[in-house]
Design a binder for this molecule. Structure first.
Ligand code: SF4
Ligand code: SF4
Length: 428
């Protein structure tokens, strides 16, 4: 085992390979608050990549309903249980010391790699604690859809159950693709060295020629994103739509402009923003306050990693749902939840402007700029403490620029409306 630095844990951790980092890293932000579970993202992925024989149960993108749903079933609660069993009562965060290299404090528990040291599976030692889901667990990808937790106490007072800051009766949708982790468990576990992380964009791929279908990646990935193809007898996973990220779609990016993936581009709820973040040789993120992803993830810390305690340093980040119980959100996104929600519930001018860039263009936005506009109104916001606050609204305009510095999008806070002249006669 080597020692690598995991900034999401705020400490060094054990990992089976030497530390190495790509120049740019594929990353994304999903705003859970806006998802309507239409599954357009899921179908955009399925119809592009996984429509063949052997891929029937493969959903590289899936949207599940929390707290009961999951694909494969119970993937997260099962792994949390396995880690808790190996380090009973020790899976905790120390939130006292924070800083740029430990923004969420320090995780004092054991990651999936560290907990594996003492763990012997029936077939021998494991590089990461994990399991292979059963066939049954790979059925019904949206099981328990919209099943809420909690009870309405009195029928006539049902509204009390859905008051902010926290609903007593709640569920939310969780959108999931491969996180193209900084320290991938799939890569660490592969005995054939068939999995690699691309130095140009950090996308994690399985070499279909080298793979022999041992399914060690399926077992080790805590997010259960590698999937076994029974027709080709090899494992497959989300490929981050790399031809689009490379700017190789001749119809949409004739000059080589990097594009967002299919699932991102198709998102109806405008919850998704994907891009590439620049990294230094030692893995630290190059400071770039005018990059939308850097601003949301590193500067404002409003978007948080999914289960950072697993230790793979996932590159998918989520704006947590403001109505869900905090203890559940802490377990899922770590100790940064309060800070994220504090800002999301009453965003300032800059944050509100950057949030307009979600799904505004198919091209990856590398930088943004804000043009200030006049005040257009005030709204009342409920803060996570329950306190009410008046939020001032300004009609600012946000501009988004592609890799080559060309403006590709311009959005205002106030949505423009257009009225058709009343001459049109509707027909059936
Ligand atoms: S999410 Fe799973 S499959 Fe994707 S890179 Fe991380 S460990 Fe590998
Ligand atoms: S397309 Fe967007 S809104 Fe619809 S389910 Fe997917 S993430 Fe949610």
């Amino acid at each position: 085992m080597s020692e690598v630095y995991n900034w999401q844990l705020g400490r060094k951790m054990a990992y089976p390979h030497e530390e190495a980092h790509p120049r740019w890293q594929f990353a994304f932000v999903f705003n859970i608050n806006r998802c309507i579970a239409c599954q357009t993202c899921t179908m955009a992925c399925k119809s592009t990549w996984t429509f063949s024989r052997g891929q029937e149960t493969m959903w590289w993108n899936n949207v599940e309903t929390k707290p009961y749903g999951g694909y494969p079933h119970n993937w997260d609660s099962k792994l949390l249980g396995m880690l808790e069993k190996r380090n009973s009562g020790g899976q905790v965060w120390k939130t006292g010391q924070k800083g740029p290299e430990k923004p969420y404090g320090e995780f004092k528990g054991k990651t999936i790699f560290e907990a594996a040291d003492t763990h012997l599976a029936p077939e021998g030692s494991q590089r990461a604690v994990g399991y292979i889901p059963s066939e049954q667990e790979w059925t019904a990808p949206n099981i328990h859809e919209e099943t809420a937790s909690g009870k309405i106490r009195q029928r006539q007072n049902w509204k009390d159950s859905v008051q902010l800051p926290e609903h007593r009766v709640w569920f939310f949708y969780l959108q999931r693709i491969c996180n193209h982790c900084t320290y991938p468990a799939c890569l660490a576990a592969c005995p054939r060295n068939a999995i690699y992380k691309r130095p140009e964009d950090g996308i994690v791929l399985i070499d279909q020629e080298r793979c022999r279908g041992y399914r060690k990646c399926v077992e080790a990935c805590p997010y259960k994103k590698p999937m076994y193809n029974s027709a080709t007898r090899a494992s497959e996973k989300c490929i981050g739509c790399y031809p689009r990220v490379e700017g190789k779609d001749s119809a949409l990016s004739p000059n080589g402009e990097p594009l967002e993936t299919r699932c991102m581009s198709a998102c109806v709820g405008k919850i998704r923003l994907q891009g590439l973040v620049e990294k230094e040789e030692d893995g630290t993120w190059t400071k770039a306050s005018d990059s939308p992803l850097y601003f949301l993830i590193r500067e404002r810390e409003i978007a948080l990693p999914l289960y950072p305690q697993f230790g793979t340093e996932p590159n998918g980040y989520y704006i947590p749902p403001r109505w869900a119980p905090r203890s559940y959100l802490h377990q899922m996104f770590g100790p940064g939840v309060e800070k994220a929600l504090e800002q999301y519930c009453c965003p300032d001018r800059e944050l509100l402007a950057v949030l307009q860039l979600f799904r505004a263009s198919q091209e990856i936005l590398f930088t943004y700029k804000i043009l200030k506009g006049p005040k257009i109104g005030e709204v009342e916001a409920t803060l996570p403490s329950g306190e009410k606050k008046t939020q001032e609204l300004f009609n600012d305009t946000v501009l988004g620029f592609n890799k080559f510095g060309h403006e590709v999008v311009r959005v205002t806070i106030e949505e423009p409306t257009f009225e058709r002249p009343g001459k049109h006669v509707n027909s059936i």
